[in-house]
Design a protein around this ligand. Structure first.
Ligand SMILES: [Mn+2]
Length: 354
């Protein structure tokens, strides 16, 4: 496995040197926070990010996310223009030897939590989702509700620019059914994957978070059935998945081990984290350890080993602990604890299997 860590570039208050001090973490998954969905990522900008990381002796393992413009997701007349931009970004990343792109295909709300700073029994701050809060809100209220909780850190998917355009976004998705969204996705994959095959760039679609529909907007990345439908669009190994255990795992009906067994050969990237179920469509992003949540993280790691996964894997969201001033979900300390735990599981599984 290639042990990695998400890093927000110049907008991250965690120095790369600190990330490098986590044993065996040789690279980061990076981003350009100034890029909006639909923008072309220029070679010079990608190289600048890459050189910053390489100057610390680390690798740029991939990008998350290169966001998809709403015109593509909603299938408007402008989609070909934005798909061409996306293709140019793929080519530019390949030119810089960056060969992994995480992305998602969700209308309006990429990822959503109702409390970004839930204080747990031990004083740690956790991310919590509670559907009953969302049920009492209008879609237009959600952006400002989330933004108030970010402690001033930029969070991808929750940019001011998108909030400003919220009403036009809403009308863009008027009448978009699940089938229509899937067709629009298929159209995008048809155009993009041949370019990935030519350049060697791996795409990795991230599941819905949470893995159910919100405000009636359709979702197509919620469960094993969805993932199989997605993968059926192309047999190319460059058309693959981000296995985000915490996103899929928030639905108790999703069996992560079964998912890995069935589509494991198409996993291009792994986000590893646990969740604790608090009730119907209500959960907390807890510490990574199995004992702190409802997912069997040992069984998940074992299934990844069994299917031969050897790509980029990183600890997903962590708690905020030890007084750190951190971007919600992306502090240094708890993610470092998380990856140490992941590496421990991995070593134990390899040694047990001999
Ligand atoms: Mn994730």
């Amino acid at each position: 496995m290639k042990w990695s860590f998400r890093w927000y570039g110049e907008g991250d208050n965690i120095p790369l040197q600190y990330v490098k001090q986590i044993p065996e973490v040789t690279g980061v998954v990076g981003t350009l926070l100034n890029k909006l969905p639909g923008d072309v990522w220029e070679v010079a900008e990608i190289n600048e990010l890459k050189q910053t990381i390489e100057a610390e002796g680390m690798n740029l393992d991939g990008i998350e996310s290169v966001s998809i413009h709403d015109a593509i997701k909603a299938g408007t007349d402008e989609r070909d223009y934005y798909i061409d931009n996306y293709i140019q970004t793929i080519r530019n990343l390949a030119e810089c030897d960056v060969k992994l792109i995480c992305y998602s295909f969700k209308p309006i709300f990429g990822w959503l939590k109702t409390n970004l700073n839930y204080e747990d029994f031990d004083g740690s701050l956790n991310l919590v989702y509670d559907q009953s809060i969302i049920d009492n809100m209008e879609p237009s209220e959600v952006f400002s509700y989330v933004q108030k909780q970010t402690k001033g850190f930029a969070l991808s998917g929750w940019e001011e620019e998108r909030l400003a355009k919220f009403n036009s976004l809403l009308s863009l998705y008027d009448g978009i059914t699940r089938e229509k969204l899937f067709d629009n996705y298929a159209y995008f994959i048809d155009k993009v994957i041949p370019v990935c095959d030519e350049t060697g760039v791996k795409m990795a679609i991230h599941p819905d978070d949470p893995p159910w529909e919100i405000f009636g907007f359709p979702r197509i990345t919620k469960n094993l059935e969805d993932l199989k439908a997605i993968l059926s669009l192309s047999d190319s190994p460059n058309h693959g998945l981000t296995l985000c255990t915490g996103s899929l795992g928030a639905d108790p009906d999703n069996d992560l081990v079964q998912i890995i067994k069935e589509v494991g050969d198409r996993i291009n990237f792994v986000h590893f984290r646990n969740v604790e179920f608090l009730g119907e469509q209500k959960f907390k992003e807890c510490a990574h350890y199995s004992i702190r949540g409802n997912l069997d993280m040992y069984a998940i790691m074992e299934a990844l080993v069994e299917v031969g996964f050897n790509g980029v894997i990183r600890p997903d969201h962590g708690r905020t602990i030890w007084g750190e001033n951190a971007r919600p979900g992306y502090g240094l300390y708890d993610r470092a604890i998380g990856i140490g735990y992941m590496q421990g599981l991995h070593e134990a599984i390899l040694k047990n299997s001999k």
